[in-house]
Design a protein around this ligand. Structure first.
Ligand code: PLP
Length: 398
């Protein structure tokens, strides 16, 4: 038997394990220090009450013969697919419920959707990048072309002039940079994809952070996207479902390649390899998306938005270049004093006992940058910024 040799081409990911090791060592050497973590993308607030109640009620139903649910539809219960459509409707996007596929989160779908595409396809991936896009394609042995995201293009790369790509990854609001594409920029991508017969995999995991109505929350707000884009989304950050696990992918009917509907292919793939998300989780997700649930979710999102604002304002005061933090939970900052990413990581831990994520861990263009997240508590965020102000009061670049 032969193994999948492509796995040999995966680079070991030391990013989060190195961070954990460094923090552990620091704490051992300074047991009295209170370290504030602003590096990991997990949320700190719980799922909303409505969702927790629905979750518990549905779990109770599973314990009684009269209300027990066995295998459900692989693509999700209609009650949740309809709730997702209503959610899209709340920001003016029309999505048909049979184009919606419920899953246990965007990460699984991002990996699984690649089943639909040949391994000979060329893949366009931004650098810096959420590592899942890269590794899932390395595993399949696809040719990967990186597009540089940098200060010159506002960390929002645009379609290349002399390259025909087949699969394009776009994440907006972006992880790790927090940059958000405008409608006209996404239109250029949609036109490029349609002209080149390419498919855009649009990761909208952070769409709920967009409060500026001029910015698109879905690729399907863009004319022509229905024939070239798949959208992957998640309740993880919208409704604190990181540990509860629920997401959805929208594959429009009109999206066809080589005469075949990708929606039909995805349905076939899911019904063959997936047995659906648990009934209580889907009931919890439905409740989170209900008007009352959304009200509670929005209160949580507001806490993170305020945190992002506090971080952004502090960096501005210090004259430290950064993007994100508006319409996004991520803040992407230039390391002060021309430090490299890991150098700043160590410096920040030593001088402020604050932990962030070195930008170099997301790709070569991340060197010299650093990611902070707004997912901490309000109290910790304020305290972390006070410490940063004290430590870096006069080293920022103006
Ligand atoms: N996409 C991006 C850009 C993310 O940052 C994350 C999680 O951090 C995901 C997808 C995965 O989301 P989920 O929790 O739904 O698997």
């Amino acid at each position: 038997m032969k193994i999948n040799e492509n796995y040999r081409n995966l680079e070991e990911s030391y990013l989060f394990s190195t961070i954990a090791k460094k923090v552990e060592e620091y704490k051992k050497a300074h047991p009295e220090a209170s370290v504030i973590r602003m590096g990991i993308g997990d949320v700190t607030l719980p799922i909303c009450e409505r969702a927790a109640e629905a979750f518990a009620k549905a779990a109770g139903e599973q314990g009684k013969a009269e209300t027990f649910h066995g295998y459900g539809p692989e693509q999700g219960y209609d009650f949740l697919r309809d709730a997702v459509c209503r959610y899209y409707g709340s920001f003016g996007v029309r999505v048909s419920s049979d184009d919606v596929f419920i899953s246990d989160g965007a990460k699984s779908d991002l990996g699984n959707i690649l089943d639909l595409f040949d391994c000979d396809n060329t893949v366009l991936i931004p650098d810096p990048v959420y590592p899942v896009y890269l590794d899932t394609n390395v595993m399949a042995g696809r040719r990967i072309v990186f597009m540089d995201a940098n200060v010159e293009n506002g960390f929002l790369p645009m379609p290349p002039e002399n390259l025909r790509a087949d699969i394009i990854y776009i994440c907006s609001p972006n992880n790790p940079t927090g940059a958000v594409y405008s409608r006209s920029q996404l239109k250029e991508w949609v036109d490029y994809a349609n002209a080149n017969d390419a498919v855009i995999l649009f990761d909208a995991a952070y769409e709920s952070f967009i409060s500026d109505p001029s910015l698109p929350r879905s690729i399907f707000e863009i004319d022509g996207a229905g024939t070239c884009a798949v959208e992957l989304c998640s309740l993880s950050k919208l409704a604190s479902f990181t540990g509860t696990r629920c997401g959805y992918t929208v594959v429009p009917k009109e999206l066809k390649r080589e005469g075949i509907s990708l929606q039909k292919m995805w349905l076939r793939r899911q019904t063959t390899k997936f047995n659906g998300v648990s009934y209580p989780v889907q009931r919890a997700a439905e409740a989170a998306l209900s008007p009352e649930g959304m009200k509670q979710c929005r209160e949580h999102l507001d806490v993170y938005r305020k945190n992002a604002d506090v971080i952004s304002k502090t960096l501005k005061e210090l004259g430290i270049w950064h993007i994100g933090g508006q319409n996004s939970p991520y803040i992407w900052m230039k390391c002060p004093g021309m430090m490299k990413s890991w150098e700043f990581f160590d410096d920040l831990l030593e001088r402020a006992q604050v932990v962030g994520t070195p930008g170099s861990g997301f790709g070569k263009n991340g060197e010299g940058y650093f990611r902070l997240t707004a997912f901490g508590t309000a109290e910790n965020t304020k305290e972390a910024m006070a410490r940063i102000k004290k430590a870096y009061g006069c080293v920022g670049e103006r």
